[in-house]
Write a new protein. Structure first.
Length: 134
């Protein structure tokens, strides 16, 4: 793993979240993107070399809607940048971690992603991110 790529924060309302984080960070978000496969709309802020990703559910049965219903708004996941997501997935499986998807899928911000089950990471949902090269 190379670095923390972003911290994902679940919000009920993306517009309100954007206003709060604009005030907090002193700058506006640089991108809003919908990820239909996850039923989520995202907004990204740069914070130095890292990013904050706000996530709003676009469907009541989305993972973000279920997370907010169970835990409320707040930190949803920590994402790590990796050079080779397939290799990192294999390494983590060999180390005993449970992956939530068997193959990487397209995520927000031009990334291939895979999630590690929180039960195998001390209750923290971990996301692996690899830049999609075009």
């Amino acid at each position: 793993m190379e670095k923390i790529e972003h911290i994902g924060i679940a919000v009920k309302n993306l517009e309100n979240g954007n206003n709060i984080y604009k005030k907090l960070l002193g700058k506006a978000h640089y991108k809003i993107e919908e990820v239909k496969s996850e039923n989520v709309k995202t907004s990204f802020f740069h914070v130095g070399a890292n990013k904050i990703e706000l996530l709003e559910a676009t469907s009541p049965d989305s993972p973000i809607a279920k997370f907010i219903e169970k835990r409320g708004e707040g930190i949803h996941h920590i994402a790590f940048a990796v050079k080779d997501i397939q290799q990192e997935m294999q390494r983590l499986e060999n180390e005993g971690f449970t992956l939530l998807n068997k193959v990487p899928k397209k995520g927000a911000d031009n990334k291939l992603v895979c999630f590690v089950h929180p039960k195998t990471a001390n209750g923290v949902l971990i996301e692996l991110c690899q830049e999609i090269k075009t």
